[in-house]
Design a protein around this ligand. Structure first.
Ligand code: GCU
Length: 343
């Protein structure tokens, strides 16, 4: 996989892993290709903090995997970008330095363009619609196994909920209100285009850099869900949250394919079943976490604003067709199946 060079922090973390535990298939010893390992510790990179529901659900996942496999397999979750930002952790998973990573769909769009479909504004009507689509093998089977050449397997994901714009400058009720504002977006072409057509000036940046950029005025705002807004403390530095709800985002669990193939079939089944249960647990946690984040932001003095949804939808509508016309037929089929699954 050809990505950007690893940052110093990620390179140091990766080196540390190599020096301290080397192979994640530690307990069973390193095996030749095709052989099964008796057990090991799977290292999982996450960019969220410990109070984010992703971390909580993944910790439970690890506990259950360990229980179900009689302690043979464990999952160690490294939060806070400790193993690098998402771009870096995806690269470390691909080359087998680590085993698992949670990455936003915007990262996968850069490896296989078909993933762009799930990053489009308004492609999902709700979290419920999204979860139905992304757990349906008839819709996502091919997509999830399309990264084999990178030694990556996609296992499903967690919702990011509806994402909205927030700014230090004031309410954003219409596209005109975003004029001249530098708004952070994830590193994705379609999200840059999205923010531009919404009226702002898109500024791609890694998640962990956003707080400082907002604080120093390099950015006027960003776009995310309420949970990230509060757990990353962006509410301290951009106190106007405008409910544009322009996209229901998605995080994926991505695994190193060879590592998974080394699990004994029984352990692999336990792993898969517990991961399916974790996706359900996360969805159940999500609404509660969102309500809590809103209450916390309000108590910190944040103002929430309603927006002119029709005006933003109108601005965004041409982007879907423009994006699909620049992709393969399989992306369009995926889009059609996704929309057909909306109720
Ligand atoms: C959400 C999402 C992350 C993503 C982040 C971002 O928090 O869950 O995976 O990295 O948004 O905006 O970068």
């Amino acid at each position: 996989m050809t990505g950007k060079p690893l940052s110093l922090a990620a390179a140091c973390s990766a080196l540390l892993l190599v020096l301290t535990g080397c192979s994640s298939i530690g307990n069973g010893g390193e095996r030749g290709a095709g052989e099964h390992a008796r057990g090991g510790t799977l290292r999982l990179a996450l960019n969220q903090s410990e109070d984010h529901p992703s971390f909580i659900a993944l910790e439970h996942f690890g506990e259950r995997v360990s229980e179900r496999t009689g302690g043979r397999w464990n999952v160690d979750v490294y939060p806070n970008e400790n193993l690098g930002d998402q771009q870096e952790s995806l690269q470390l998973t691909s080359d087998g330095t680590i085993d698992l990573a949670i990455v936003s769909g915007t990262q996968l769009e850069n490896l296989n363009r078909d993933f762009v479909v799930f990053n489009l504004p308004h492609v999902f009507d709700s979290v419920e619609h999204q979860m139905r689509v992304i757990t349906d093998p008839g819709v996502v089977g091919e997509l999830y196994s399309s990264l084999e050449s990178e030694n990556l397997t996609v296992l499903g994901g967690f919702t990011q909920g509806a994402r909205s714009v927030y700014s230090s400058r004031g309410p954003v009720r219409t596209p005109a209100d975003l004029a001249g504002q530098k708004i952070r977006v994830q590193e994705s072409q379609v999200h840059s285009d999205m923010l531009d057509v919404m009226g702002g000036s898109a500024t791609p940046m890694a998640y962990g850099e956003v707080y400082t950029a907002l604080q120093s005025g390099v950015l006027d705002g960003a776009e995310n869900n309420e949970v990230s807004y509060v757990t990353q403390k962006h509410d301290e530095v951009a106190a106007h949250f405008s409910r544009t709800e322009h996209v229901v985002g998605l995080d994926y669990l991505v695994a190193n394919t060879d590592r998974l193939a080394r699990m004994e079939p029984g352990d692999r089944t336990a792993f898969n079943e517990e991961w399916a249960a974790t996706m359900r647990e996360f969805t159940a946690l999500w609404n509660q976490a969102t309500e809590q984040a809103i209450a916390e932001a309000r108590s910190n003095g944040v103002q929430f604003h309603e927006v002119d949804h029709a005006a933003f939808r109108k601005a965004l509508a041409p982007l879907t067709e423009r994006t699909l016309s620049s992709t393969s037929g399989s992306a369009r089929t995926l889009y059609e199946k996704t929309r057909a699954a909306a109720r």
